[in-house]
Design a protein around this ligand. Structure first.
Ligand SMILES: NC(=O)C1=CN([C@@H]2O[C@H](COP(=O)(O)OP(=O)(O)OC[C@H]3O[C@@H](n4cnc5c(N)ncnc54)[C@H](OP(=O)(O)O)[C@@H]3O)[C@@H](O)[C@H]2O)C=CC1
Ligand SMILES: O=C(O)C1=N[C@H](C(=O)O)C[C@H](O)C1
Length: 234
């Protein structure tokens, strides 16, 4: 499979290694939106920056190149991107986190939120920790986790960045510490105890492998999919 890497930073480089190991060829690697012909690729993988992702993704739709995007912090334009994908009969997967471990953690989070919904004495809070170069906060994964809780837990209707606990709102604390690939913890605290679940990424390989598997899976398909479809879980 011929792959275009839209974004050739920490993730682009990790994806390149894994894709080559799996027998694929990298035909485009760019950190720019100009100067490449996307039609040379069978599939594009976008891990760029929040203000570039929408353009990169829509450009793929317009040239009928399936696209996998892991870029976070651009979701204000997600619905617009989906509408263009449908109009152009494109193929698309966005995931805030492509690792198998986090996708299992998403399911665990949903299950726990449903259980905790019956126990009014516990209040939920979340912490995410990432490296100091991260541009967005809270992380895309933290937002997905908060959305999972809101769907399953009757006491919560929104989330907010910060540690102040207010009615019906999930407080998310974002910490930035040198070289941390990504840690997410959810706490249900009461007067007597705390129940916590944590996912800790040890490096970026899990994210990268998931993105390459998603690219292999989407080839020949049209439509908008999720990592759940690829992994067949949940
Ligand atoms: N979904 C998931 O599983 C994961 C998602 N991510 C997300 O992926 C994104 C990238 O992460 P990471 O690789 O660590 O970040 P990096 O900053 O290391 O890489 C981003 C790259 O994008 C480049 N870039 C800037 N503008 C454009 C453009 N117009 N088109 C293409 N590339 C461009 C940057 O170039 P320059 O430096 O020259 O500006 C840089 O090389 C982030 O949004 C992050 O949150 C990260 C890990 C996992
Ligand atoms: O920027 C990162 O590094 C990461 N970003 C994603 C996010 O925002 O959730 C996924 C992972 O946690 C690493």
């Amino acid at each position: 499979m011929k792959i275009a890497l839209l974004g050739y930073g920490k993730m682009g480089k990790t994806i390149e290694k894994i894709a080559i190991d799996r027998g694929h060829e990298i035909v485009i690697k760019t950190s720019d939106e100009d100067g490449y012909d996307i039609t040379k690729a069978d599939v594009a993988i976008d891990f760029s920056v929040p203000n570039a992702a929408f353009f990169n993704i829509v450009n793929c739709f317009k040239h009928q190149v399936p696209v996998i995007s892991g870029t976070t912090g651009w979701l204000d334009n997600y619905n617009k991107a989906i509408a263009i994908c449908e109009e152009e009969k494109g193929a698309f997967i966005y995931a805030s986190n492509f690792s198998l471990g986090v996708n299992i953690f998403f399911e665990l989070n949903n299950y726990l939120a449903k259980m905790m919904g019956q126990l009014k004495q516990y209040e939920v809070s979340m912490e995410e920790i990432h490296h100091t170069q991260k541009l967005d906060a809270p992380s895309g994964t933290a937002i997905s986790l908060a959305e999972g809780i809101i769907k399953e837990h009757p006491e919560y209707t929104n989330w907010k960045l910060g540690n102040e606990e207010t009615n019906k709102t999930i407080p998310i604390t974002a910490k930035r510490i040198e070289n941390v690939p990504g840690t997410h913890r959810i706490d249900y605290g009461s007067h007597t105890d705390t129940i916590s679940i944590t996912h800790t990424a040890h490096n970026r390989e899990g994210f990268a492998l998931g993105a390459v598997i998603a690219a292999e899976w989407i080839l020949g398909k049209t439509g908008v999919f999720a990592m759940k479809d690829v992994l067949n879980i949940g």
